[in-house]
Design a binder for this molecule. Structure first.
Ligand SMILES: [Zn+2]
Length: 272
């Protein structure tokens, strides 16, 4: 599943192809993905219009046109491929966009949990209106998090994975960042100290940045042809490592399952 680092890498890879370029062609092959594709709005707002920038909020990408933005989400299995033709080259190609001569961006999504939407000029859209802080945004401070969590009885891990509080932290990065920050995932978020929030933000940005650094710098690198589909294999300390020695103290990594999701942590390095 594409996580925040993949989406950020896609953003960077798309920038040179899309930014300050005019969308010359759009072709849709479906009426809907996870949600209906507003084809009329996209044709009206994006076709023959210049895209001034691509921004990201959590795992959403926004391609900014003069009077609104195209909103993309990769869902569980989505990706963008660079092709030289407007004809689909793969099964599950749902939409194609051309921004420059012979550069066709193919939106491919076998499981169709992704989405292609249109955000009007107001910038309001139900998919993004309630999203919390992005880990890289200036609003992501220890103080802001401490205030946000002051009444939360939720365990730290659920809190940081709640998209309405913080957006874009999936299970892998939640486990890894809490491990590096030495915070037990089960601790109540409201009991985490200001200093610990500071440390956690630092560790989160660190693991995300390391992962982004492993992505390609161009779309061609990003979608490497050996089938990895641009999803990164990051070096992990605890995620998926049940029973293996903790990299810091060598005690075995523990795994807990809660609502179908695994949590990996070290009992010694992440005290209760
Ligand atoms: Zn340990």
């Amino acid at each position: 599943m594409p996580e925040l680092p993949e989406v950020e890498t896609l953003r960077r890879a798309l920038l040179p192809l899309v930014k300050n370029n005019i969308c010359r062609e759009i072709k849709f092959f479906r009426k809907d993905l996870r949600f209906p594709i507003p084809q009329d709005l996209l044709n009206k707002g994006l076709l023959n219009k210049k895209v001034s920038d691509i921004t990201r909020k959590g795992k959403y990408l926004l391609l900014h046109a003069p009077k609104g933005s195209m909103l993309l989400h990769l869902g569980m299995s989505g990706r963008v491929a660079l092709q030289t033709t407007i004809e689909p080259q793969e099964k599950h190609t749902h939409a194609i966009f051309r921004f420059s001569q012979k550069s066709y961006l193919h939106f491919i999504d076998p499981r169709r949990f992704g989405s292609i939407s249109w955000v009007p000029e107001s910038g309001k859209h139900p998919l993004i209106d309630k999203l919390g802080c992005d880990p890289f945004s200036p609003e992501m401070t220890a103080k802001a998090m401490k205030i946000l969590a002051r009444k939360s009885r939720a365990p730290m891990k659920s809190f940081i994975m709640n998209a309405q509080k913080i957006t874009g932290v999936g299970n892998i990065y939640a486990c890894e960042s809490l491990y590096h920050a030495g915070i037990r995932p089960q601790r109540q978020a409201r009991k985490v100290t200001l200093a610990e929030w500071g440390k956690w933000i630092e560790c989160l940005v660190d693991v995300l940045t390391n992962s982004i650094a492993k992505g390609g710098t161009t779309l061609r690198d990003f979608f490497d042809p050996n089938g990895s589909q641009g999803y990164f294999s990051v070096s992990l300390a605890v995620y998926g490592k049940e029973g293996q020695p903790c990299p810091k103290c060598t005690k075995p990594i523990l795994r807990l399952v809660h609502s179908g999701r695994s949590t990996f942590f070290c009992k010694l390095c992440q005290p209760a």
